[in-house]
Write a protein that binds this ligand. Structure first.
Ligand SMILES: [Zn+2]
Length: 369
């Protein structure tokens, strides 16, 4: 890193007792540094983008007689490695044009804030999104919100699949459609609307109806992630089982989201790490938690519950693609809208004999590697 600079979102403050708080107050991002001698505080003050690492270390040595050269160098290196520092000399990658830098400037700030891995220019997550190929299966309540968020976020290739036509009863939650679209194929309308939202990405569509695992396997060809937003056919041997097995065979991760009335849950699965869908279900069955439906598709839905479901799907897909934040495959998360203190987080180990998962715990970007 040529010219270290504290990220604007991570400006540090002193708490007293020689402790520095950095990265704001959000759990998972914020950190504290014990700094009894004021060395780190001084070093952070010098990280304004005008000094090299060597110049910062030299300035520390001039100011603090007790500091040894190797300590000063290590301190600077540690602060740079903390993820709270960016390189003021880094230029955006040429693969992103000026319009993209403007369009995704707030996404850049978001990733810059929550990504605590030292990066070259801070646009790595956006580049991964641009290179990603995502298939969204099902364009109903969950899928229409998920596809909108993925298109807006700059997923480079988005394929929308749904065999159904728009109906009046869809319009209480399916945000891609208008009254004038009633009777048209959802996939075609969705591709139009998403193209209007973001003309810088490639949006395609098809009317495939998935009635078996073989059909789904064929659809996955050429994609990095599946966003499963359809809930039919139901388990057992339904669409989630097919997704689990087809994605394992294709070697791609997937996200499955939906709702059971006010309970919204979204699962993230990868054959490379964490438990697969069938192992998570087995774990829940062993706990006899039949009240927690991770198969989805229960009756009753409105715009907020569909929106939360779809947006959570998009969030999990983005984290699979970018590694930011850690996608934590093998987990189910969600909200209970009638029990706001009952947030959902489910995590199980892979079954020892599972043919679809169990490669061990990993973290980082899962898609498009
Ligand atoms: Zn498994």
């Amino acid at each position: 890193m040529r010219l270290p600079r504290i990220k604007p979102e991570h400006r540090p403050g002193r708490l007293g007792d020689g402790v520095i708080r950095i990265g704001g107050t959000v759990y998972g991002v914020a950190g504290e540094i014990a700094d009894p001698n004021g060395w780190a505080w001084t070093a952070l003050g010098l990280m304004d983008g005008s000094n090299t690492s060597e110049q910062i270390a030299d300035a520390l040595l001039r100011r603090f007689a007790a500091l040894r050269p190797e300590q000063a160098a290590r301190l600077v290196e540690t602060l740079i490695g903390s993820g709270y520092v960016e390189d003021a000399a880094a230029a955006p990658p040429p693969e992103l044009g000026s319009e993209e830098l403007d369009r995704y400037s707030r996404s850049h700030a978001f990733f810059r804030r929550i990504d605590l891995a030292p990066r070259e220019h801070g646009w790595e997550a956006q580049l991964r999104l641009k290179r990603a190929r995502v298939i969204v299966l099902g364009l109903g309540g969950t899928g229409s919100h998920a596809a909108s968020a993925l298109a807006a976020s700059g997923v480079g290739s988005l394929h929308c699949v749904d065999p159904d036509r728009v109906e009046l009863s869809n319009l209480n939650r399916q945000v891609l459609y208008r009254e004038k679209d009633i009777g048209r194929f959802k996939a075609e309308v969705a591709a139009e609307r998403l193209g209007e939202l973001n003309s810088g990405i490639a949006v395609t569509s098809s009317l495939d109806r998935v009635d078996d695992e073989r059909t789904l396997t064929a659809l996955l060809e050429g994609f990095d992630v599946l966003a499963l937003c359809a809930d039919r056919p139901k388990d057992p041997e339904g669409i989630r089982i097919w997704a689990n097995r087809a994605c394992a065979a294709a070697g791609i991760p997937w996200v499955g989201g939906g709702y059971d009335g006010p309970l919204v849950t979204v699962g993230t699965y990868s054959a490379r790490s964490g438990a697969c869908y069938e192992c998570v279900c087995a774990g829940e069955d062993a706990l006899r938690r039949h009240d927690l439906d991770i198969g989805h598709g229960g009756p009753g839905v409105m715009a907020p519950s569909a929106g939360i479901s779809g947006q959570l799907v998009a969030h999990c897909v983005i984290s699979l693609i970018t590694g930011v934040p850690d996608p934590r495959p093998g987990t189910v998360r969600g909200l209970n809208l009638v029990g706001p203190d009952q947030n959902v987080f489910i995590h199980h180990q892979p079954r020892p004999d599972c043919p679809f998962c169990g490669a061990g715990e990993e973290s980082g970007a899962e898609a498009g590697e």
